[in-house]
Design a protein around this ligand. Structure first.
Ligand SMILES: C[S@@+](CC[C@H](N)C(=O)[O-])C[C@H]1O[C@@H](n2cnc3c(N)ncnc32)[C@H](O)[C@@H]1O
Length: 554
């Protein structure tokens, strides 16, 4: 498979590993409503924010949406990643220049995107999906990156979004579309979106909860062959006789008699068939409904016209097309925001985000946007929840300090809590709250690799759990037993969690400390500052000892 190379690639492919773990520091004043609502707004560079969020949310996010700089050469974004590479350090802190003026513009963009996409992937749940807004300018590069990081086979679609706005000014070709590129963590696990494209007419068969088709199909691909319909084969009418019309398919070996909606005795019918293997599986199952390859309940029936039909019960109707239309415009969204008292150029429309979110079957999905801008994603999440009774949560990350505080959080605050618009009218809030967080200035580990002194048990617990299991922490962090992962109990001795002042505040694994630990009948991994237990005892107790902080090299 062809891959893409660029200046700095070698240095950035592992850069996500070098980014230090920082802590999330909540700011009560800037938070809104219930701080435990599960919604978060994080102020800071998403490279660091994602690393800080990973121990809590790895593998738990069903939907990611990002709207990164499109790298048009006009956005004035600044390359700021402290990658250990001489060629990259030259770019540090510089605004990325214009096309033809800055020859490394695309290298910088690729170097910025790569580690962020690698981190984002780690957040996705088994059935998760990422949507990325982009335009023609960077689409080819982005696809190369995504194929490399997510795997080509996991591409869900490259949606073409027909943008709306003022298109009546002259140009050689007026560009009126953008893209939303989407990749799944594992395409086979991504459920059919439970929505039908709004352009579909309500009379369409897509709205029926049953699909019915004849399986009589003649032609070179389906040469004539017999199927034996056993006694008891169902019909969709109560009583009658079928012999098949002259010159029509299927041909009946003898008259078929139907009583009480069932065939009275075996009949052989010959024709070319579609779904013959499935029909034979149905007959083999005693004419009980079976599941087809897509998991749809399927059965077969004789019908009064003398043919055999396949009937599929549809659990959820799903019809998403790759062209997104009538999903609002940035201009209208910008003016809607100004009426709310918020100024932001080029916000994505709430309609677009609501549509993408509604493709996720789980109404309690966690939705992450790490280039949050004006917070459209959170707006769409709150709106969608009000409309369908869902309990989706959002995590937003925004770099600009003032943008995050005065635009992202302020918009979400107004949308959630209500506000008075520019005309002095009261607008009802949609409800919901969020916690506003910043990133700690210092990382979790200091320059010597030791855990910073002010780190609380709960903070290290999240980190240890992630280091050991690669998954987000789900426990309460009120016990040295953090949880059990695939049969292995994970313990942490830190910060006097045992309230044992004897040896190092209970941070050292001794025989007496071991006796105080919540029991687990199986293998255990214990993280502590030191161990006084000998190898035979550790082996007998099925303990793997890991010394903090050295064993925490994630
Ligand atoms: C195109 S805007 C997103 C607009 C957003 N979708 C909306 O509807 O309002 C991109 C945003 O990402 C932010 N951003 C750029 N680089 C970032 C980074 N490294 N970390 C976090 N946010 C970043 C910018 O400040 C900007 O607000």
């Amino acid at each position: 498979m062809p891959t893409l190379n660029w200046i700095g690639k070698e240095a950035v492919v592992r850069h996500h590993k070098e980014v230090p773990f920082r802590l999330l520091e909540p700011d009560k004043k800037l938070s809104h409503g219930d701080p435990t609502s599960g919604n978060l707004i994080v102020e800071g560079d998403n490279l660091h924010a994602l690393k800080a969020l990973l121990p809590r949310y790895a593998g738990k996010v069903q939907c990611i949406y990002i709207d990164p700089p499109y790298n048009t050469g006009k956005e004035g974004w600044i390359y700021n990643d402290n990658v250990n590479s001489p060629e990259i350090s030259r770019w540090l802190g510089q605004t990325v220049g214009k096309e033809a003026e800055d020859l490394s513009r695309h290298d910088k963009w690729l170097c910025m995107m790569y580690p962020r996409l690698v981190l984002l992937k780690q957040f996705l749940s088994e059935n998760g999906v990422i949507f990325i807004s982009i335009d023609d300018n960077a689409l080819p590069l982005l696809l190369f990156l995504l194929d490399e990081i997510f795997g080509k086979r996991n591409q869900l679609a490259v949606f073409c979004w027909r943008t709306e706005g003022n298109f009546d000014n002259q140009a050689k070709v007026k560009i009126c579309h953008e893209y939303v590129v989407s990749y799944c963590l594992k395409i086979e696990n991504f459920p059919h979106p439970p929505i039908i494209d709004p352009a579909i007419d309500s009379s369409s068969k897509l709205f029926r909860d049953q699909i019915r088709n004849t399986i009589v199909k003649n032609g070179p691909k389906n040469p004539v062959s017999p199927i034996k319909l056993p006694k008891g084969f169902p019909a969709n009418f109560e009583r009658g006789r079928l012999t098949g019309a002259k010159g029509a398919w299927p041909v009946f070996s003898e008259e078929a008699i139907i009583e009480d909606g069932k065939l009275v005795s075996e009949v052989e019918v010959s024709s070319g068939w579609s779904s013959k293997a499935l029909a034979e599986e149905f007959i083999k199952s005693g004419c009980k409904p079976i599941l087809d390859g897509k998991g749809q309940t399927t059965y077969f029936e004789l019908v009064s016209s003398g043919t055999v039909e396949i009937v599929k019960d549809r659990k959820t109707s799903s019809h998403v097309v790759s062209v997104l239309q009538q999903k609002g415009s940035t201009q209208n969204t910008s003016s809607a925001l100004s009426k709310m008292g918020i100024k932001f150029d080029y916000p994505k429309p709430v309609e677009l985000l609501s549509y993408l979110i509604s493709m996720i079957a789980d109404k309690e999905a966690l939705i992450l946007d790490s280039f949050a801008g004006s917070g459209t994603t959170a707006h769409a999440v709150l709106k969608q929840n009000t409309e369908d009774g869902g309990d989706r949560k959002f995590i937003l990350v925004e770099l600009g300090k003032d943008i995050c505080k005065d635009i992202t959080a302020e918009r979400v605050r107004r949308v959630a809590g209500g506000y008075t618009n520019a005309k002095g009218e009261k607008v009802e809030g949609l409800g919901g709250g969020f916690q506003y967080c910043r990133l700690s200035k210092d990382p979790l580990f200091d320059a010597t690799g030791a855990v910073r002194e002010d780190v609380r048990f709960a903070q290290l617990a999240e980190f240890v759990w992630f280091a050991e299991t690669g998954t987000g922490f789900i426990g309460k962090a009120n016990s040295p037993l953090l949880g059990v992962h695939q049969g292995m109990a994970v313990y942490l001795l830190y910060n006097g969690i045992l309230k044992d002042k004897s040896v190092d505040g209970g941070n050292v694994l001794t025989a007496s400390v071991l006796a105080l630990l919540p029991p687990h009948d199986g293998p255990k991994v214990i993280y502590a500052a030191a161990s006084r237990l000998g190898a035979p005892r550790l082996q007998r107790e099925r303990i793997v000892f890991k010394q903090t902080p050295y064993a925490l090299d994630v």
